[in-house]
Write a protein that binds this ligand. Sequence first.
Ligand SMILES: Cc1cc2nc3c(=O)[nH]c(=O)nc-3n(C[C@H](O)[C@H](O)[C@H](O)COP(=O)(O)OP(=O)(O)OC[C@H]3O[C@@H](n4cnc5c(N)ncnc54)[C@H](O)[C@@H]3O)c2cc1C
Length: 350
Amino acid sequence: MTPRLLVIGGGILGMMSASAAAKAGGFSEIIVTEQALGPSGASHYSGGVHFPYGRQDRTRSLTRKSAVALAAMAGSAVSGWCRPLAMRVVAGPGEAIDPAQFTGPLDPAEPDMGSLAPSFCDDTRFWSIAGAHVADVPALIAQLQLELVARIRVAHGLRCVRLRERGDGAEAEFATGEIISADVVILAAGPWIVEAPFLELTEAFSIRIKKVVALHLDRTSTLDDALIFMPRAEAFLLPQPAAGRWLFSYTSTDWDVRPETLACGLSRADLEAGRAVLERFCPGLGRDLTSGRVFCDAYSPSGAPVVARLAAQSCIILAGAANGSGYRFSPQIAREAVALAAENPTASTA
Ligand SMILES: Cc1cc2nc3c(=O)[nH]c(=O)nc-3n(C[C@H](O)[C@H](O)[C@H](O)COP(=O)(O)OP(=O)(O)OC[C@H]3O[C@@H](n4cnc5c(N)ncnc54)[C@H](O)[C@@H]3O)c2cc1C
C-alpha cells in the first residue's frame, strides 16, 4: 500500500517537502496543513540569500546540493523569484578568512563595491566568489503551490493542536476539529516546533529559538552591486535596488524568543546591536540603519539542520532547525525528509 503523507507547516521547508514528495512519487496522497494563510513564519521574513559557504562539512554539502536544485528550479521559473548576485567576501582589520569554508574558489578583489565602496575601512580585504543569488521566498512558495495544485491538498487555517503516533501511522487533530490520519508525517513547523502540541515530541532534539534581525540601510543600491558577506561577523549586506536600500543582516544573540512576541517590531537594542557590527567595517554607516525586519528561527545544538525521525521507528519526521539558513538549504532538507518518509522504518532498523 502506498503511504499517505501529511506535512505540517506551509513555510519553505513544508512546501519544498511536499514538492519533493510529489516529484519522487510513491505517496497515495500528500496533504499540507498551514495554520495561517500562506507563509507567515520565518519564510515570510527571509532575506532569501543563498551564498556558497558553510562552517562544517554537513552545511557545505547542503549548500552544494541545494545550489544545484535551486538553479534548476529557477531555470524553469516563470515568476522571476530568483536573481543571481555578484558576491564579495570581506575581512575587517585583523580578521582571518578560512577559504575551506567556501564551496568555490575565492579570488582577491579590489574594493569595487559600487555605492558602498568609500564606506569601508582602508585596511579591509576583499575577495570575489561566484554562486550567490537572492530569492523572493514567499514568491517561490506561491509558485510551488501553483505547480502542486492538482496533485496535493494545501489546507490553510488548519492549526494542529494534537499530534500522536497511532498504530502504524500518526493522527493529527486541528483546531477546527478535523482529524487527519497519515502513514507518515513531515513536521516542518519552523520556530513553533518548541511549542504545544509539538514540544513533548521534539524536546530530545534540544532545539532553541533565536531572534533573527535584518536592518534596512538607507543608502541606494543598484543592480550591479554585489552581495557583501562578512563571515567572521556572520553578517551580510544585500543590495535591494527595487526598494532603494540595502538589507543588513547580522547575528542576534537573543535566545529563547517566541514567534508571538516578535510581532511588536524592532527594539532599540536590535538597532544598536546591528549598528555596532556594521560600524566595525564601515565607520559612520551605522546611523543609516533605521528600520528593518525581525522574527526568529529554530536552531539546533550541532549548527546543522535536523532531518530525523522522532525515534528509531517513528513515522513522524522532523525537518527544520536550519539555524537561519532554511531557505538556502531547503531543497536538500526536503529531499532527505522525503527519503525518510518513503522508507519503512521497521525494515530499515531491523
Ligand atoms: C529576518 C530573517 C532573515 C532570514 N534570511 C535568510 C536568508 O537570507 N537566507 C536563508 O537561507 N535563510 C534566511 N532566514 C532563515 C529562513 O527564513 C528560515 O530558516 C526558513 O524560512 C525556515 O522555514 P520553515 O519552513 O522551517 O519555517 P517557517 O517559515 O516558520 O514555516 C513554518 C510554518 O509552520 C506553520 N505552523 C506552525 N505551527 C503550526 C501548527 N500548530 N499547525 C499548522 N501550521 C503550523 C507556521 O504558520 C509557518 O508558516 C531568515 C530568517 C529570518 C527570520
